[in-house]
Structure formats: structure tokens, C-alpha cells
Design a protein around this ligand. Structure first.
Ligand SMILES: [Fe+2]
Ligand SMILES: [Fe+2]
Length: 345
């Protein structure tokens, strides 16, 4: 049994104010007119307005750019893609398991849209690989994790936390999975995006950078969703997060950060212009502190750290939607899915 509410539950609460994020007595009726968590409806509408189609981004020039890159750069692109591809696949598959456990239908709805968006991200990687790589290379990118011990270890960290929840669903394991999501959505992805933005700053693989910007716009809403989930579950369940569970969750995020630093310094530092050992380390530490603070924690890296990539924020801006990367929140909602490149320098 993964949830306290059966699929059809005539005895579920009619009063929407009685809803709870977990452990509620839900009828599973989706009533968007009556919601206890208005942030979830705002987020749902925002996510829906972000709809985009990968194939509408032209990539003809990207293949030429990719082939002109030095071999070390191409390898950096391949490995970055390989990790992102695995993570997006994992999200599409696993998010329904989390949604099923949630007893506030308006929040489950957001997780459903998120799973759909992760599928679009997988579609975009397939399109990207079709555009820049031959069959042999495509197969290598999809399967690097089988032969690369570090990549295997990285994929394992996240999947084991998800599997733990699947095998033993409960509030504590859900929170472990929520923190794994924060690491994945808010540290791993953003660190990977920096590689493509660094290339775009020297006018290389601009179409790919456009696709990454669309993906980033989605990932930001996913991050906000999981931050709300964590804070909401903690607020509704006093005593759930004991000192020892909190320390464990913090060390999980820290372990994820350290793995990302080791990975980034191996695959892109000193290879892609503008990315160095120091900038990788500082960017991950900066991201991790932001994620920790958003969860109500003190920064995990106590020293004050600024982003070494001030240009990263510019890639988060869209024509009619601003997503303030540094504030980790959506500033206004999209009317158009078109990208604005004017503010990028
Ligand atoms: Fe994604
Ligand atoms: Fe995501």
C-alpha cells in the first residue's frame, strides 16, 4: 500500500480544507476551483504555459559546430548529455510513483505535468543526438553509464533513493526522494547546463543552448515544486524531521554536491572555455547553498560564495517570462514560448 487513500474512496474528505499533502483522506477528485494549496495551481498553470516543441528549434548549424569542436570539447558535450539523458528518463518513470503517494490532488497534478515535461526533455535529447551525432555515437552517449564507473555511481545514488521509497513507501523515504529530486533538478541539471551556455557564449551550438534554455525553464518549476513539497510536508507533520533525519538529508545533498564537483572538474574544467576547477567547485557550492537555504536550512558550505558564472542568469530570461535563476522563483508567467537572446552576452 503506497498511500493512505484507495484509488476510489467514497469516504474521502469532501471538505477541501481537510486536505493534507501526505496521509490525507483523499477522494482523488480533482477540484481546481477548491484548492488548499493555491501555489500548486499557480505552478500548474505556469508549467502548462511553458509547453514547447523541441523540433521547432533549428539545429542544422549545431552539427557543423559540434564537428568543429576539439575532441576534448566533444567528449565534454557527450558526457554531459549522457548524464542529463539518464536523469530525465528516470524522472519520467519515477514521478508517477511519487504522485500516487501525495493526497492533495492539485499537487499530484503538478507532478503529472512534470512527468510529461521530462518526457519532452527526453524527446529533445533524441532530436539533438539525431541532429549532431551518427548512430554509433548516439548509442555510446546513451550507454556511457554502463562503462564509466563514475557515471554508474552517480546514477546509482539517485536511483537507490527512489528505489528505497518504492520498496518501503513512507514519509521518511519520501523526504529522501524529495531531496534526491532537489539535487537532481537544482544542482545536477544546472551544472550540466553551464557547459552548453559556456559554449554558446562563444557562439557555438546555439540551437542546443536554446533547447537547454527551454529545459531549464521547466526544471526551475520542478525545483520550486519539490521545495514546496518539502516545506509543506515538514509543516504539516511536526516531529517527522528529527535532528538525525535532517542531518541525513543534509548529508545527502552534500554528497550529491561533492559528486557533481568531482564530475564537473573531470569532464569540463580546463576543457570548455570559462570553466575551471575553481569555477566548477564554486558554482556547485553556490547552487547547493541556494538549495539548502530554500529548504530552510543553513548553507551547507558556510563561507559566502557568489556564482562564478554571472552570465548564467541571463540565459534564464525569456521574452515574456522571467525566471530569476538567482532567486529561484518564477517572476511572471509565460504567454509565449519564444526565446529572447538579446540579453545574453
Ligand atoms: Fe528534465
Ligand atoms: Fe525536471
Amino acid at each position: 500500500m503506497r498511500t493512505n487513500s484507495p484509488l476510489f474512496n467514497p469516504h474521502g474528505d469532501r471538505d477541501w480544507q481537510a486536505r493534507r499533502i501526505i496521509g490525507g483522506n483523499s477522494t482523488r477528485l480533482i477540484e481546481l476551483n477548491n484548492v488548499k494549496y493555491p501555489w500548486a495551481v499557480d505552478l500548474y498553470r505556469n508549467m502548462m504555459q511553458n509547453f514547447w516543441i523541441p523540433e521547432e528549434v533549428p539545429l542544422a548549424r549545431d552539427r557543423k559546430d559540434y564537428l568543429r569542436l576539439p575532441e576534448s570539447h566533444r567528449q565534454s558535450v557527450n558526457l554531459t548529455l549522457s548524464f542529463l539523458i539518464f536523469l530525465d528518463s528516470l524522472q519520467t518513470v519515477n514521478l508517477p510513483n511519487l504522485a500516487e503517494y501525495i493526497t492533495a490532488p492539485e499537487i499530484s497534478l503538478c507532478l503529472t505535468v512534470q512527468a510529461f515535461q521530462e518526457a519532452v526533455h527526453s524527446q529533445s535529447y533524441a532530436y539533438l543526438l539525431d541532429s549532431i551525432a551518427d548512430t554509433l555515437l548516439r548509442d555510446m552517449v546513451y550507454n556511457y553509464w554502463r562503462q564509466d564507473a563514475q557515471l554508474m555511481q552517480r546514477n546509482r545514488l539517485i536511483t537507490e533513493l527512489y528505489q528505497q521509497f518504492l520498496d518501503h513507501p513512507g514519509p521518511e523515504n519520501l523526504l529522501r526522494a524529495v531531496i534526491a529530486n532537489c539535487a537532481l533538478e537544482g544542482i545536477y541539471f544546472f551544472s550540466g547546463f553551464a557547459v552548453f551556455y559556456a559554449l554558446a557564449r562563444s557562439d557555438r551550438m546555439m540551437g542546443t543552448a536554446s533547447i537547454i534554455r527551454y529545459i531549464q525553464r521547466d526544471e526551475l518549476t520542478h525545483l520550486v515544486l519539490f521545495q514546496h513539497l518539502y516545506l509543506g510536508i515538514v509543516a504539516e507533520n511536526p516531529g517527522l524531521v528529527t535532528q538525525s533525519l535532517k542531518a541525513e538529508l543534509q548529508s545527502l545533498l552534500l554528497e550529491a554536491a561533492q559528486q557533481e564537483i568531482a564530475w564537473g572538474t573531470r569532464i569540463s574544467a580546463g576543457i570548455v572555455t570559462g570553466i575551471t576547477d575553481t569555477s566548477v567547485r564554486d558554482f556547485i557550492r553556490f547552487l547547493t547553498n541556494q538549495r539548502a537555504t530554500a529548504l530552510g536550512w543553513t548553507p551547507l558550505f558556510p563561507e559566502h560564495i557568489d556564482s562564478p558564472y554571472p552570465w548564467f542568469d541571463a540565459f534564464s530570461h525569456f521574452n515574456q517570462q522571467k525566471t530569476d535563476f538567482f532567486e529561484q522563483r518564477v517572476l511572471n508567467y509565460a504567454k509565449s514560448s519564444s526565446l529572447d537572446w538579446d540579453s545574453i552576452s
